[in-house]
Design a protein around this ligand. Sequence first.
Ligand code: IYR
Length: 226
Amino acid sequence: MEKTEINGYPHVAYRRDTYELDEVEKRSQEFHDWLDTRRTVRDISDKPISRKVIENLIMAGSTAPSGAHKQPWTFCAISNPELKKEIRKAAEKEEYDSYHGRMSERWIRDLKPIGTDWNKPFIEEAPWIVIVFKRVFEVIDGEKHNNYYVNESVGIACGMIISAIHKAGLVTLTHTPSPMNFLTKILERPENERPYLLLPIGYPKDEVYVPDLKRKELDEVAEFYE
Ligand code: IYR
C-alpha cells in the first residue's frame, strides 16, 4: 500500500533500501571516517561560488527534523560585498569588546590553541556567508504561535548544512559573534527571528593550517548500558 491515513492525515509508505548487518557496519564506519576529515577552516578563499551551490546547501540543512515539522529557521545568504563589509565591521566591534574584557581569562586561554582573535576577515573574504536565524514564533492571522524545540531544531539544521558543505568539498566555520542582534538590524529581519549562527562558506585558501586537535575517544563520549 503506497498511501494511508493516520489521524485523518495522509501518510505515504516509507521505502528505503536496508542492508545486512555487515554492510551496515561498513557503511557506518565509512561515514564516520569521512566525517572525521571535516575541519573548521578560518582561511577561506575569495574564489566565487555559484548561488546554486548555496541553494543546495541550504536545502540540505532544511531537511533537518524539527519540532512538529515547523522548520523554524531562515537561512540568509549574503554575497553582496557592501553588506558583508558592514557585517564584518559590526561583528569585529563586538568581538573586540569580547576579547578585551567581556570574555573570562580562562575562556581566552581555552581559545589560545585554536588561534582565534577579534579579527574576522573571513566574513568579507568568503564568497558567501549564511546567517542562520531561528524563528521563535510564527505570526498567523495576526496571532503569535510559538514554535517547538527551536534551539534543538536549528542546531540540528546547522549540523546538517555543515555536513553538506563538507560533502561539497567546501569549508566553513561556526562563527558566533556575541551579542549578535546587530544582524537582525543590518538584514532587517522580522521580530519573530533571532540570529543563531554565522557560517562563511567557500573554498579553503591554497595553503591552510588548522590546529593539531585530537577528537575524544569513544569511551570519553559514550556510556553503554547493555
Ligand atoms: N565568538 C568568538 C569567540 C570564540 C568562542 C569560542 I567557545 C570558540 O570556539 C571560538 C571563538 C569568535 O567567534 O571568535
